[in-house]
Design a protein around this ligand. Structure first.
Ligand code: PHE
Length: 362
């Protein structure tokens, strides 16, 4: 076979390879162990010396030029593949993240954060308790015995213990109706004196514009040897000024009754309606925001605290109610509808912390 180096079909094969893979197949076909060029080189051994003298340099030159051509082509194909990937896997890292859809903080989370930062500043620490609570902590320990009428007022969700035989011997578990059980749990574990708040979910069977079956409360408890009602008043006034971001605020302490406090007071805040929205701080209306009082000695004793030595105040307020007041949200039910339009309207950007928080921690 005559081989012309300029125009040979082998070089043509190399030139036409479309991918690194193609090219590798051509290389095996020509230069592999059983490849065509290798066969040619092997055939030299079977030739007459004279013929071999002519063919040997030709075949070796052919082999060498093919090797070079393959190497060159491989580089070209590799570059092409990298360029292709760069085009396909393009990512614009200069895109402004603020233009993308980002999550927002729910007003309840935001307001809880605000309340915690104000009370931390006043020296309170945060405690928690379970949402599924025993009858004892939710009622009995708080001076509400089984036949007490207050049990009916709470619209309690009871948890079915299952089997009839179990039901008769076991006192029922409930979804806690308020955060007050955390008072007893905390004092039982840590004793007195103490100064805590306890935010969390509570449950009552109720549903209208201002009530949902699940809502949020924050409990406050301060126990010491000489803590009085006037300390309670000061703490609540300072809290409301900081929370509503007002220099002065009017609170009305209205005598009330809770089994777990004596005396008890409900607290209203001065406000007024302006064009269908509630303005806090001025006007002739009053809005109830919390229940409070001096912790009943029976509650201290139930939590194994000496009621002859210690006394103090407690309060419980609705977080959702405070959020509605501060940010002008008219319907509590929409808080828990998970409607993205509502969340976009009332939610808070995650990267901006509350300016209240900045003020207190700055
Ligand atoms: N636990 C009461 C409620 O849910 C509020 C409260 C707490 C009242 C602490 C007095 C003291 O209505």
């Amino acid at each position: 076979m005559e081989i012309s180096l300029e125009n040979n079909m082998y070089l043509e094969l190399v030139k036409n390879a479309q991918s690194v893979n193609d090219l590798e197949q051509v290389r095996v076909k020509l230069l592999g162990k059983k490849g065509e060029i290798s066969n040619l080189l092997r055939s030299l051994g079977r030739m007459e010396a004279k013929e071999r003298q002519i063919k040997s340099p030709q075949y070796n030159n052919l082999k060498q030029s093919l090797e070079e051509a393959i190497k060159e082509k491989k580089e070209i194909l590799l570059n092409k593949e990298i360029e292709g990937r760069m085009d396909a896997e393009w990512l614009d890292i200069s895109q402004d993240p603020r233009e993308m859809n980002s999550g927002l903080i729910h007003p309840v989370s935001r307001v809880t954060e605000e309340i915690i930062s104000i009370f931390s500043d006043l020296g309170f620490s945060v405690a928690e308790g379970p949402q599924i609570e025993s009858d004892w902590y939710n009622f009995d320990s708080l001076n509400i015995p089984p036949d007490h009428p207050a049990r009916q007022e709470f619209d309690t969700f009871y948890i079915d213990p299952g089997d009839e035989s179990i039901r008769e011997n076991v006192s029922p578990n409930v979804l806690r109706t308020h955060t007050s059980p955390v008072q007893v749990r905390f004092m039982e574990k840590h004793g007195a004196p103490c100064k805590i708040i306890a935010p969390g979910r509570v449950y009552r069977s109720d549903y209208d514009l201002t009530h949902t079956p699940m809502f949020h409360q924050i409990e406050g408890l301060a126990i010491g040897e000489d803590i009085s009602m006037s300390n309670l008043k000061w703490v609540l006034v300072e809290f409301c000024k900081a929370f509503f971001e007002l220099d002065s605020i009017d609170l009305r302490f209205r005598a009330s009754h809770f089994p777990f406090t004596e005396p008890s007071a409900e607290v209203d805040i001065r406000c007024s309606w302006v064009e269908n929205s509630l303005v806090v701080g001025k006007g002739d209306d009053w809005m109830e925001i919390l229940g409070s009082g001096m912790v009943h000695p029976n509650v201290l004793e139930a939590a194994k605290v000496d009621s002859k030595k210690f006394q103090g105040f407690a309060f419980g307020m609705g977080i959702d109610r405070l959020a509605m007041l501060k940010y002008g949200m008219p319907d509590l039910r929409s808080f828990f509808d998970n409607d993205i339009r509502w969340l976009k309207h009332y939610g808070f950007a995650a990267e901006k912390s509350s300016n209240l928080y900045d003020k207190l921690s700055g």
